[in-house]
Design a protein around this ligand. Structure first.
Ligand code: NAP
Length: 544
């Protein structure tokens, strides 16, 4: 068989564009750039497509967006051919979907798997990027599009003594692909964010003992999932054209927007507000959060009333009142930390084999040979699951050691100050596009498929425009970047999110500069701003 360009590795492989990542964004970017007739290669550290849905194959992993909006819109044929099984699909279904897309559009032939990028450098002379893999291979291209994910760099807390531990340690974002049998084991889960909640509610009935190491309790909303039959699917499919249109304009890229207008909350009686919240709760989705009152994350009184509504729901689920208090959040407002959906999570704590270990006041000290130690007490464990999150927004690119114009380091820049223009390009880094980069809604406040497709379309249009204009380099000016950062910060400052300690502001990583990582001016609004930049001929960007 003749060797393809992608199989050769002894020389530098040259492309027009390199896409890093073969998840939701990367697959679509590859498809779009190939449509332009470009020689494109996608590189991924994983052994197959899927990105987040490849790596996060932990027990209970599931999408928190409804399947009818968590999909690609570019192909009517694809929309007709793919049958979603559930309202909120589990990880295997989502991964199957992405494999289906890769096969249908023959994307694999342009993807190189098992290729982790160790460094990337811009060469001003040749106006190209050179990317080097950990295995020593080199790839050059005019354009470098990072689709490496906003929650893809796992955070592993530096608990002392992990090398001594005789059991198994598994981070949820690096879960063994062959699975991990937890049946009858003594399992500890560290972390109770959206991921930890999914793991805990799934494994509690399988394991012998479950110790949940909780630092911050969460306000989780009860998920209303549903299995679809053909009739249900047909009904949803009939609305796909509407959904495709709606998701472009809403606050968070879903097919719903805030159910109430600004100010309506204050015109309602407490009873009416209660009824409104009850109704939203019944939907069993993130609509209770980003489809409720627009004041929710900016107005303390609204935040407190909604928070108390959710606290009541939590207390009602746990038999032991003292334990219920430990599982109920008070130190921050509902929705200022990413809201998890749950199914059976709180009930798990009524089981005899489950114990909550509060590590807020008394942090985990470290591992022994047998387990974890908290406050001098050893918890013997066979498996420790780290559901401890990510170095969000910046982590994937920071770990890639990217050097732009004049050798400047993106890692050093973002270690000082997290800056970006529209979350899509960074001043000093020509022809680097950062899909799912920081300071765009795609970092956190968006149904991911909506925002990623919008960003990929923007990048594709930009590269097409450059080609049509006879240019081949683009970079935002320092002024344009400052303008975006200031606007981003102004919007962020008005929210209660800034007071919460979570990955939203980088507060989960010691030493990381604090800034709301995600733009919170609304995905629909952001889309409009990006379109305006495009329509203006990329005003504020320097082209050559
Ligand atoms: P996360 O929200 O950052 O939660 C990490 C958890 O680990 C927190 O409870 C944190 O406590 C805890 N933790 C971290 N270091 C610790 C330490 N040294 N000691 C004790 N506890 C520690 O991460 P995640 O749960 O993986 O979720 C990240 C994001 O991924 C979500 O917010 C969501 O956007 C996305 N996600 C989506 C889905 C979905 O759509 N289905 C599912 C899962 C995740 P503190 O809160 O005190 O820091």
């Amino acid at each position: 068989m003749p060797e393809t360009a992608l199989q050769r590795s002894s020389e530098t492989l040259q492309f027009d564009a390199i896409v890093v990542g073969a998840g939701i964004a990367g697959l679509y970017q590859l498809y779009r750039l190939r449509e332009l007739g470009m020689r494109v290669c996608a590189l991924d550290a994983a052994a197959d497509v899927g990105g987040t849905w490849y790596w996060n194959c932990y027990p209970g992993a599931r999408v928190d967006s409804q399947s009818h909006v968590y999909q690609y819109w570019f192909s009517d044929q694809l929309l007709q051919e793919w049958d979603w099984q559930e309202r909120f699909p589990a990880q295997p279904e989502t991964e199957r979907y992405l494999n289906f897309v890769a096969d249908k559009f023959d994307l694999r032939k342009d993807i190189r798997f098992n290729t982790r990028i160790a460094s990337a450098r811009w060469d001003e002379g040749t106006r190209t990027w050179t990317l080097n893999s950990e295995a020593g291979e080199s790839f050059t291209a005019r354009y470098f599009v990072s689709c490496a994910g906003m929650l893809s760099a796992p955070l592993v807390p530096p608990f002392p003594g992990h090398e001594r531990f005789r059991g198994t340690i598994a981070h949820t974002a690096r879960w063994p692909r062959e699975g991990l049998d937890l049946t009858g084991k003594r399992v500890g889960v560290v972390g109770t964010g959206a991921t930890g909640i999914q793991v805990i509610q799934t494994i509690a009935s399988q394991v012998a003992e479950l110790k949940v190491f909780q630092r911050t309790p969460q306000y989780a909303v009860a998920m209303h999932n549903e299995h679809y039959d053909d009739a249900g699917r047909a009904e949803l499919r009939a609305h796909y054209p509407e959904y495709r249109e709606q998701v472009q304009h809403t606050f968070a890229g879903f097919a719903f927007d805030f159910a109430y207008q600004a100010g309506e909350y204050y015109r309602m009686t407490p009873q009416q507000r209660r009824e409104a919240l009850d109704k939203l709760w019944q939907d069993g989705s993130l609509a209770f959060w980003i489809g409720s009152f627009p004041e929710l994350v900016v107005d303390e009184a609204v935040s407190e009333e909604v928070s108390e509504f959710v606290r009541e729901k939590i207390r009602a689920r746990i038999q032991d009142p003292e334990l219920a208090e430990k599982l109920t959040p008070y130190s921050y407002g509902f929705g200022t930390y990413r809201v998890p959906l749950e199914k059976g999570y709180y009930d798990v704590f009524n089981r005899d084999n489950v114990e909550l270990v509060d590590v807020r006041e008394t942090p985990i000290e470290g591992f022994t040979e047998q387990g974890l130690v908290v406050g001098g007490h050893e918890y013997p464990l066979d498996v420790v699951v780290l559901a401890t999150g990510f170095d969000a927004g910046t982590g994937a690119l920071s770990r890639m050691d990217v050097h732009g114009r004049d050798g400047r380091s993106l890692t050093e820049l973002w270690n000082r100050d997290i800056r970006s223009t529209l979350g899509l390009q960074v001043h000093g880094f020509p022809n680097l596009f950062t899909v799912a980069g920081p300071l765009a809604p795609s970092t956190a406040f968006c149904n991911m498929t909506t925002c990623l497709q919008q960003q990929v379309d923007w990048v594709t249009d930009c590269i097409r425009w450059l080609r049509d204009q006879g240019h081949n380099v683009i970079e935002p000016s320092a002024e344009k970047e400052e303008e975006w950062v200031q606007h981003h910060d102004e919007v962020a400052a008005a929210t209660l999110m800034m007071r919460t300690t979570s990955w939203y502001t980088g507060a989960n990583i010691e030493g990381k500069p604090r800034r709301l990582l995600s733009y919170i001016g609304g995905a629909g609004n952001y889309h409009k701003i990006c379109d305006q930049v495009k329509d203006s001929g990329y005003a504020g960007f320097e082209v050559a």
